[in-house]
Design a protein around this ligand. Sequence first.
Ligand code: NAD
Length: 464
Amino acid sequence: MNALTHTPATAPQIAQLVAQQRDFFRRNGTQTLDFRLAQLRKLRQLIVEHEAELIAAIHADFGKSKYETQLTEILPLLGEINLALKKLKKWIKPTKVKTNILNFPAKSYLVPEPLGVALVIGAWNFPYNLSLIPTVGSMAAGNTTIIKPSELPAATSRIMARLINDNFEPHYLRVVEGGIPETTALLQQRYDKIFFTGSPKVGKIVNQAAAPHLTNVTLELGGKNPAIFTKDCSLPVAVKRMIWGKFLNAGQLCITTDYALVHRDIKAEFLRLAVAEIEKSNFSPENHNLVQIINERNFDRVVGLIDPEKVHYGGRYSRAERLIYPTILTDVSTEDAIMQEEIFGPLLPVLEFDTLDEAFALIQGFEKPLSAYLFSNDAHSKERFLREVPFGNGGINEAVMQNSNPDLPFGGVGNSGMGSYHGEYSFKCFSHYKAVMEKTPVIETNLKYYGYTEQKIKLFKKLM
Ligand code: NAD
């Protein structure tokens, strides 16, 4: 077993690893289609063969059920690998673009090239999904990759390190385990791409570390995601869809509804339906639909956001089991503690509004969210939502599921991130597109050459 498999990597080991990967990349080790496909197939095989262990590890970390792990981790990951295997031959081909008349006769095209050595830093809440799906994009694009999974789910970090480090060459693909010291040491090196998933606070640290090298950075961050319910919405189905997304992974989901903004006239019915939906779902670990809060620090932080006087439903928790049951809070104002930070837990504050102007103004009082949702049947409200509410990705009459369509780029905007991935967007995220114009040496025009006249400029004006 390699020395880097389990032990935290030291700064000199990390420097050596990056140098090895850069050397392998420069020797064109990753360039061919066959190499990339073979590596992706190997990764797929590892996941399929070790699925039971992967499921057990995440269950040990925070009690996630087999079903939810399959649904939100394994299947999306295999889906991304399968898509890359199917489409890579097409993705790596140059793409033709039009050539303007000024340059006639010529052809113009875009040639994707891998960036080089990539660093992927993952968050803890979907540990396989968030560390390995970007890695699939990096591998497909032809980079070498160092993966730094979150240290908080220790068993999942360990199994990713074991499977990858025992089966891939370190000069191509390597997991480096660890927390802040190891990530800090990793960030001291120069990369050609850094892909980070986590909080805006750490995103800024990553961006600063990348700046001296002008390294290309993608930041997948978080924020306070609103879900708006207009008076005319199809309330039963709207509440059902929002509640499922809200309490998935116990609300530890970057694109979950952080708070609901409900039209005053339907608030009572909204609350009745929301409570009924929660009761029907019967959230509990035994029912495979309630995961633990990742650690005691986060447990205390989330419980600290519950104002007992504002609990409309729920408010139950167990520190010993690190469980917080779905909770709805009402009469919440933007001044309350729960509205000062991303909740990242199973608490749903419900705020009310009278006009869309009021709802949008409230949303705009926060940083740009990662996601926003509108539940409405009114065309004008939909159009205004799309025009006036800034967000990275979102839904109309749906929540969370936009993440499961690989034809939609997944990413944030402003404080919730920059760049996007999934499907072909992952390949693009880890590639540079060389823009090329190619001409034949046979045909030559004299227009651009010195000896300018008014007539030439007139002709230029027409052509440009
Ligand atoms: P985090 O920012 O605390 O940690 C993310 C990664 O950064 C981890 O690998 C961690 O080891 C490392 N890290 C932490 N502190 C560091 C430091 N000081 N210096 C260098 N590295 C450091 O985030 P988290 O708690 O793992 O995840 C929760 C956050 O991530 C939420 O804000 C959530 O919205 C966001 N998130 C975003 C997405 C997305 O796709 N946009 C997905 C999941 C989570």
